[in-house]
Ligand binder design. Structure first.
Ligand code: FAD
Length: 387
């Protein structure tokens, strides 16, 4: 069995690491000449830590991350609700009762180190995949440098390359009008290792601790305006001052982003599979996109290893696809709720979010934010090692 992985982002790299560990021959094709450095995902949830624990990636992440055990919703500087991840003693939260915060580039470094440790071949960089053709008994991958053949192809090329296959083209993408400003900056708050969500009539401000004395701020910004904002750092400073009552002086640069939602109709057809953002995209405001993709990769690898051993696609692949699509739909709904409730509408957005937070029991919120709903967080074959 020879598998072609398209994309050496975190999800494709984790699949490659797992293939190397499980003895699946593979090649990874990556368009970029160097790994991406931008800061995106910062939270790895217990479900993903559990799914990756057999691989050794979890141990690497745990040695570099900050463990966030508590989150707080505040209005006008006063705590209105506290969520404790370590108060839930079921599912993956029983083993990893926290969110592991780490910038995405550091998570990717941990995965790459694990892949190299298992002897995975380095990705072939500077190769742009243009088309994927399933010929029934094998696949052809057409690139700008020629053709590559494989017994199966896994598309892990993120959200921008869905055009390369009919599998990843089919699905409905929805763009939200919301824009956000974001920065990772030296932490000058007294909040320590606590995640804070400031509810404010201007819109939500999220404030998450990171290792190395840093903190991530994400602020809702008026629809459409942040994309053309001449000075996003000044906008974020103003949001931090108004919504959290802090100075925001450490914010000197900031970036902006918009949000969308997509779940592919299928993640598997014949010999072609799709995982990660190629198959599903959820609003970053839910903080679960990368986690979904990591669980996709960790749960798919043993099934393809079995395919390689028996020569037949395992029947379990259909159930895998159902579980992963279901997890993606649930994460997308939670992220959409967070997005809508974080909008500034006078006091309506904040009030909606507060009502949701107050009505839902804190344990349920911890369960939802920790991805306890993910069917693979409970799957017996991914019960983590006893720690
Ligand atoms: C601002 C922001 C904040 C976020 N915060 C969080 C968070 O807190 N928690 C969370 O879980 N998620 C978060 N996310 C989402 C997370 O970043 C993504 O879910 C994650 O990067 C998806 O990984 P991936 O490997 O599937 O795709 P990508 O990271 O997009 O990697 C895909 C790779 O494929 C390569 N590629 C693309 N097309 C081709 C082609 N045609 N041929 C060859 N190679 C190709 C690309 O160059 C890239 O290296 C955030 C996203 C953003 C934008």
């Amino acid at each position: 069995m020879h598998v072609v992985i398209i994309g050496a982002g975190p999800v494709g790299m984790l699949l490659g690491a797992e293939f190397a560990r499980l003895g699946v021959e593979h090649v990874t094709l990556e368009a970029r000449e160097t790994p991406g450095a931008g800061s995106r995902a910062i939270g790895i949830h217990s479900a993903a830590l559990a799914a990756m624990s057999a691989s050794g990636v979890t141990d690497r992440i745990l040695s570099a991350c900050l463990q966030v055990r508590e989150g707080e919703a505040r209005i006008g500087g006063r705590a209105v609700t506290t969520i404790r991840f370590d108060a839930v003693r079921t599912g993956s939260l029983a083993s990893f009762p926290f969110v592991a915060t780490l910038p995405q580039a550091a998570t990717e470094t941990a995965i790459a180190a694990e892949a190299a440790g298992h002897g995975a071949p380095a990705p072939q960089r500077g190769v742009q995949v243009l088309d994927v053709i399933d010929e029934g008994s094998s696949c052809r991958v057409i690139t700008d440098r020629g053709e590559v053949r494989g017994d199966a192809v896994v598309i892990a090329a993120g959200s921008r390359s869905r055009h390369i296959s009919s599998l990843t083209r089919e699905g409905t993408r929805r763009a939200y009008p919301d824009r956000y400003v974001m920065a990772d900056v030296p932490d000058d708050t007294d909040d320590g290792p606590r995640a804070i969500v400031h509810l404010h009539p201007d819109g939500v401000l999220e404030s998450f601790p990171l290792p190395g004395g840093l903190r991530r701020y994400v602020a809702w910004h008026s629809p459409g305006s942040a994309g053309s904002a001449p000075d996003p750092a000044a906008d974020l400073r103003a949001a931090v001052t108004r919504r959290a009552g802090s100075s925001g002086d450490t914010i000197t640069t900031a970036s902006t982003f918009g949000v969308g939602r997509f779940v592919a109709r299928r993640m598997l057809r014949g010999r072609v599979l799709a995982i990660g953002d190629a198959a599903h995209e959820v609003s970053p405001i839910g903080g679960q996109g990368l986690n979904l993709g990591l669980i996709d990769a960790a749960t798919l690898a043993p099934l393809l290893a079995e395919w390689g051993r028996t020569g037949e696609p395992p029947a379990e692949l259909a159930a895998w696809e159902r579980r992963r699509r279901s997890a993606a739909r649930t994460a997308a709904r939670i992220a959409a709720l967070n997005t809508v409730a974080g909008r500034g509408h006078g006091s309506l957005g904040a009030a909606t979010r507060l009502a949701g937070i107050r009505l839902a029991p804190a344990r349920l919120l911890a369960h939802a934010y920790g991805m306890g709903f993910d069917p693979d967080a409970r799957a017996p074959h991914f019960r983590p090692r006893t720690r």
